[in-house]
Design a protein around this ligand. Structure first.
Ligand code: AMP
Ligand code: TRP
Length: 338
């Protein structure tokens, strides 16, 4: 086992993804890809947040499958299980424990303002449960439990990060410097990859199949979906997210995955049709995803090793979490442990 987070001075990163469906290139570009880029300069924890996933109804067999798939994807993008702590949220009960405490320091009004809650409760009118409402508190607990400095996420999580910060500051104002106040890390380009069919909405793994490129989609599927992506009738390849969201979205995907600047892409594609842009964006996805898909397959075929990584991760995470929980218990005045 590698060095404990405690003994080194690198800042701490925490991030999580819900195992609630197949990951998209939006997830890859907005979060997973950055995890790998940040690996060397931080002590990082990457969590499969299965307790968040059950805030909407899940089929148990499918959920278990999605948990394995997501854990395998963490490894498949190249995250080294010795350099990073990779684990499942529900394996570390301290997440739920701290979430309860923090619930008592969070106001109903704050939670009512959360746009994700509003969106999800509009989408699942028959299941507006208390967990969906307090989802951001569990997320704050995830982050604050590890005295996290930086949280890499896509733009849609900015509001949740802000409430996590507010909760930490409020707690510290009462009890002294107990919790580190985290900073978001939101990429400049690619923080919000848009739906292929409705480029005013974000690409989401819970939307219909033809709206997203899945990280595990076959090359044919990727080409087909890209070909049908919604653009506009202006026929100019120009980066203008406001007026040309569909085209700009394809340009962002191409730029991030190939490392070519937006200006260079604009210049290279001047006078060319959208068909060429779509085809090249598809090839960029295929090329970026091929090695990840191969590694993913390898990890999925070795569930024993995958479980070993997750068990080791949960043990290491638990030890760090226990330190924060001990402090929190003491400060709040909960019954001392014998
Ligand atoms: P989720 O799928 O909601 O669990 O999101 C996992 C991570 O991916 C979060 O950091 C999100 O902000 C990020 N993410 C999800 N969808 C997108 C998207 N369309 N563009 C950029 N980032 C995204
Ligand atoms: N709420 C995040 C999302 O939907 C997932 C998440 C849960 C998370 N806990 C987290 C992200 C902690 C970053 C840090 O994308």
């Amino acid at each position: 086992m590698q060095g404990e987070i405690k003994t080194s001075k690198k800042p701490v990163i925490f991030s999580g993804i819900q195992p609630s469906g197949r990951l998209t290139v939006g997830n890859y570009i907005g979060s997973l890809r950055n995890f790998k880029l940040l690996e060397d300069n931080y002590n990082s924890l990457y969590c499969v947040v299965d307790m968040h996933a059950i805030t909407v109804r899940q089929d148990p067999t499918e959920l278990r499958r999605n948990i394995s798939e997501l854990a395998a994807l963490y490894l498949a993008v190249g995250l080294d299980p010795n350099k990073n702590i990779l684990y499942c949220q529900s394996h570390v009960p301290a997440h739920a424990e701290l979430a309860w405490v923090l619930n008592c320091f969070t106001y109903m009004g704050e939670l009512q303002r959360m746009t994700q809650y509003k969106d999800k409760s509009a989408k699942h009118v028959d299941n507006i449960n208390a967990g969906l409402f307090t989802y951001p508190v569990l997320m704050a607990a995830d982050i604050l439990l590890y005295q996290t400095d930086v949280v890499p996420v896509g733009a849609d999580q900015k509001q949740h990060l802000e409430i996590a910060r507010d909760i930490a500051v409020r707690f510290n104002n009462i009890y002294g410097d107990v919790l580190v106040v985290p900073e978001p890390y939101i990429p400049k380009l690619g923080a919000k990859i848009l739906s292929l069919k409705d480029p005013l909405r974000k690409m989401s793994k819970s939307d219909p199949e033809d709206t997203f490129i899945g990280m595990l989609d076959s090359p044919d599927m990727i080409r087909k979906k890209m070909k049908r992506a919604v653009t506009d009738s202006d026929a100019r390849i120009k980066y203008d997210p406001e007026n040309k969201p569909g085209v700009s979205n394809l340009m962002s995907i191409l730029s991030i995955l190939t490392g070519r600047g937006i200006d260079a892409i604009e210049a290279d594609y001047a006078g060319k049709g959208y068909g060429v842009l779509k085809a090249e964006a598809a090839e960029a996805c295929i090329e970026a995803l091929a090695p990840i898909q191969a590694e993913h397959k390898r990890w999925m075929a070795d569930q024993a090793e995958l479980n070993r990584v997750l068990k080791d991760g949960a043990e290491r995470a638990s030890r760090i979490a226990a330190r924060t929980m001990a402090k929190v218990r003491k400060k709040v005045g909960l019954a001392p442990l014998f």
